[in-house]
Design a protein around this ligand. Structure first.
Ligand SMILES: Cc1cc2nc3c(=O)[nH]c(=O)nc-3n(C[C@H](O)[C@H](O)[C@H](O)COP(=O)(O)OP(=O)(O)OC[C@H]3O[C@@H](n4cnc5c(N)ncnc54)[C@H](O)[C@@H]3O)c2cc1C
Length: 454
């Protein structure tokens, strides 16, 4: 237990508190309000949903239209934990919900689902309007600092506000505090030590959907940073020996590589880098052609033509693709036709490290599913629920992130409503006794018991 903190100067009471006004927290608030619960939403930022709005900048990819088994598979080793959440509020339910807000969606050629105007702001505006109409109250510029003991012995929530510190006694709490990237939009992971100090198991937060650094030469960096590589594939041998091969697009950056194909493979590459100083991936610069065909084309006599124009005319390898060959291969290999042909299909590229966590799209790690009940209540803190990216799961881009954030928010909100109903029933003596923690909180409470955080 952390040392006792100074009691806060003011004390407000609330029935249900949601901390974090991103997609997961707002969905939890909606689920609570739908059950007639008075909800107070707190957030450190001056306005809600900043990362959600940022996600809308490049085209808000809400979810994906692929069949359920493939969709679930995107959550990797956490698929069995995410499945029950999606059973409550899956991709189709999400699309129906968006339509009910007056926003149309469309399915892109890749199966990704977007709002028709690709933006997040109209959706968020309509949603906030509906939340306010249903009585949800918002308290911005309230940074949650953890728990403290009020003067009557209750365990209450502490917030820092521009007017000073304040405290809130709540019967149920949903934490939806986000991951550890883009701290300037609000999710700074300051919650990790607060929960860990209360005995909650938190898996280390790690970058995912991220770029990687490579050791580019100055010449290559200056000439090719920002160049897209289209129609390429990346092959990776995972830490447990699995062979992965994905086709797509990525971009050469000033420090290495980034973009959708790299993000899709970022979890296994990151895991490799945990065990070694560098991870070698293999680039297929001609994914539409077999190794035999590439070898045949490279070995064809080229007469007086330079190697560059030979590769360009026979295989379409030019620009950044040709430069990558020169960047990654020893000079002598460029003149060994067989070795060159093999390298065009599997060009080794050493990656040194993942990009810093603050700049990545999302983070892996977080509150472990083992530390929560099915409805996402913390075993160590009865009455406290968690949702969104702060939970220990990860998924590639493609709408899978937001879908799981919405779904977990829905489940946590409904769980908190059930908890409150159970508490009310127990209070009227109709059911089993309170959990020990709640019992000790109610014993010292005058009117409304705080959430038991001990
Ligand atoms: C550039 C970018 C593009 C993206 N594009 C997509 C996309 O197209 N599709 C997709 O599925 N996903 C996308 N994502 C990921 C997606 O936006 C996140 O996974 C999602 O927003 C997480 O939702 P959340 O509610 O769990 O957390 P967040 O949206 O991070 O919200 C957490 C909230 O908690 C608040 N908070 C944190 N700590 C405290 C505290 N101590 N006290 C009070 N408040 C606190 C924060 O201010 C914030 O408002 C993108 C992410 C980025 C960065």
């Amino acid at each position: 237990m952390p040392p006792a903190e100074t009691p806060a100067p003011t004390l407000a009471t609330a029935q249900a508190v949601v901390i974090g006004a991103g997609p997961a927290g707002l969905m939890a608030a909606e689920a609570l309000a739908a059950r007639g619960v008075q909800v107070d939403v707190y957030d450190a930022m001056p306005s809600v949903g900043r990362k959600f709005l940022m996600a809308g900048k490049g085209g808000m990819n809400l979810t994906h239209a692929e069949p359920e088994p493939a969709f679930l598979g995107r959550y990797g080793t956490r698929a069995d934990r995410i499945a029950p959440l999606l059973a409550e509020f899956g991709p189709q339910a999400l699309r129906d919900w968006v339509h009910a807000l007056g926003i149309d969606t469309f399915v892109g050629s890749s199966g990704r689902v977007f709002p028709t105007d690709m933006k997040a702001a109209p959706l968020l505006r309509a949603w906030l309007h509906r939340l306010r109409e249903s009585g949800v109250r918002f308290h911005m510029r309230h940074r949650w600092l953890g728990w403290t003991e009020a003067s009557d012995g209750e365990t209450v929530l502490r917030f820092a506000t521009p007017q000073g510190e304040t405290a809130v006694a709540a019967q149920a709490v949903v934490l939806a505090l986000g991951g550890a990237s883009w701290a300037r939009l609000g999710s700074d992971a300051a919650w990790v030590p607060l929960l860990a100090a209360r005995g909650v198991d938190v898996a280390p937060l790690k970058p995912t959907n991220c770029g990687f650094d490579a050791d580019w030469s100055e010449v290559f960096r200056t000439r090719f940073a920002g160049e897209p590589l289209k129609s390429v594939a990346i092959a990776v041998t995972t830490a447990d020996g699995q062979e992965l091969y994905r086709q797509g697009e990525f971009v050469v950056s000033a420090t290495g590589i980034e973009g959708s194909l790299v993000y899709a493979l970022s979890a296994p590459i990151r895991d490799l880098l945990e065990h070694t100083d560098a991870a070698t991936i293999r680039l297929d610069l001609a994914p539409g052609l077999s190794a035999e065909r590439v070898a045949a084309e490279v070995c064809r006599p080229r007469g007086a033509r330079s190697l560059s124009s030979h590769l360009q005319s026979r295989l379409g390898i030019t620009g950044v693709k040709a430069a990558l060959l020169r960047e990654c291969l020893p000079k002598e290999t460029m003149h060994d036709t067989e070795a060159l042909a093999a390298a065009i299909k599997a060009l080794p590229l050493r990656l040194l490290r993942a990009r810093p966590i603050d700049e990545v799209i999302s983070t892996a790690g977080g509150v472990t599913f083992e530390s929560m009940s099915k409805d996402l209540m913390l075993g160590a803190l009865p009455g406290v629920f968690c949702a969104g990216e702060m939970l220990d799961w990860e998924a590639p881009t493609g709408g899978y992130l937001l879908t799981a954030c919405f779904a977990s928010g829905r489940v946590a909100g409904a769980g908190a409503a059930d908890f409150l109903a159970g508490w009310a029933a127990r209070k009227s003596g109709a059911q089993a006794p309170l959990p020990l923690t709640m019992a000790s909180a109610t014993a010292s409470a005058t009117s409304m018991p705080s959430i038991a955080a001990e």
